[in-house]
Design a protein. Structure first.
Length: 116
């Protein structure tokens, strides 16, 4: 039963990561890393597939070994934050418009403090 919960959580995380490719404030790689974490506990075959994936595997391995985020990933996250802040400032009224700005500042600061 526990393995099924971990596997289901892994697939849900992978699905959210896929959606994050198209939605600015929803990150892709962190959800893929979370999926690998869940699969490691519930579905070793899916974890192996994900860790060996040519696109996402290096990000997972860098995170697991050094807690690292690539420079390209940091820049992409920052650009996504900037787009989200712009949309928020354009379409929302104060104080709601400050929520995307606060999320970008907090999330961006954390991301840029990770090793590369």
């Amino acid at each position: 039963m526990r393995r099924h919960l971990w596997t289901g959580s892994g697939w849900a995380s992978l699905g959210l990561g896929a959606i994050g490719v198209f939605v600015p404030l929803l990150p892709t790689v962190p959800f893929v890393i979370l999926a690998a974490f869940c699969f490691a506990r519930g579905n070793p075959k899916a974890e192996r597939w994900l860790v060996e994936h040519p696109t996402y595997g290096p990000h997972i391995q860098a995170w697991r070994t050094r807690g690292a985020i690539s420079r390209k990933g940091k820049v992409a996250a920052s650009l996504a934050f900037a787009v989200s802040v712009g949309i928020g400032l354009w379409h929302l009224t104060t104080p709601w418009a400050l929520i995307p700005l606060a999320a970008a500042l907090i999330g961006g600061t954390w991301i840029w403090t990770r090793p590369e």
